[in-house]
Design a protein around this ligand. Structure first.
Ligand code: SAH
Length: 213
């Protein structure tokens, strides 16, 4: 089976399962080539609904997880989004399509080689509205704050305070805290409302306000 055919099957099954539902998000999944974000030896598995090893012991998240997190984040054209954990750059590429040229994504990655890998993949995919920064994202990224959306793609011990501070009022953050994926909304009063989205497995968030190395 051709990759394009496998891709169509995967997207249709995510739609049928009710994981993908928003028109703009489905269009982004159809557009972005996941095969360009994996290592060459895994290209043929790019559309299996599985996480795949990238480098430095890290993984590109499973398509199901990327779909569920993207839907929970409710991204929209023109937004400024902070991602913690660039990894392969795939999640950022999906968001890049949705927010369009008036939007901006800052994606942080603590491992330098992976930051380079993500930047190279995103350049190849012509994602001009994404900036990759080799930085500990548990501290957020103050310079570009505040953000309308924050997405954390590694498992945190709890919600880093800097991320709540850097989120706009009425902004949404999607973050796995231990094995529970949560959606956080910041209220007018600066409080947070939490919604439990399900149990997921992620690599650990390592940093000043994350797990220790
Ligand atoms: N969003 C990625 C998923 C990568 S896995 C993708 O689409 O491929 C999570 C990534 O988070 C790993 O690359 C890991 O190195 C990174 N990470 C872990 N702790 C981090 C931190 N404190 N700051 C930035 N990145 C971190």
């Amino acid at each position: 089976m051709e990759l394009s055919e496998k891709k169509g099957h995967l997207i249709n099954s995510l739609i049928n399962e009710g994981i993908l539902s928003t028109k703009e998000i489905i269009a982004a999944f159809r557009k972005v080539k996941r095969e360009d974000f994996v290592q060459p030896q895994y290209r043929e598995y790019a559309y299996a609904d599985e996480p795949l090893p990238i480098i430095e012991g890290q993984t590109i998240s499973q398509p199901y997880t990327v779909a569920a997190m993207t839907e929970a984040l409710q991204p929209a054209a023109g937004q400024k989004i902070l991602e913690i954990g660039a990894g392969s750059g795939y999640q950022a590429a999906i968001l890049s399509e949705i927010i369009g040229e008036k939007g901006k994504i800052i994606t942080t990655e603590r491992i330098e080689k992976l930051a380079e890998f993500a930047a190279k993949n995103l350049r190849k995919a012509s994602c001009m509205n994404v900036i990759v920064i080799n930085f500990d994202g548990t501290q957020g990224y103050e310079k570009e704050a505040p953000y309308e959306r924050i997405i954390v793609t590694a498992r945190a011990p709890d919600i880093p305070k800097a991320l709540i501070d850097q989120l706009k009022v009425n902004g949404i953050m999607v973050i796995p805290v231990e094995d529970q994926l949560l959606r956080i909304r910041k209220t007018e009063k600066g409080n947070i409302e939490k919604t439990f989205l399900g149990y997921y497995a992620f690599v650990p968030l390592i940093g000043k306000y994350g797990y220790k190395e």
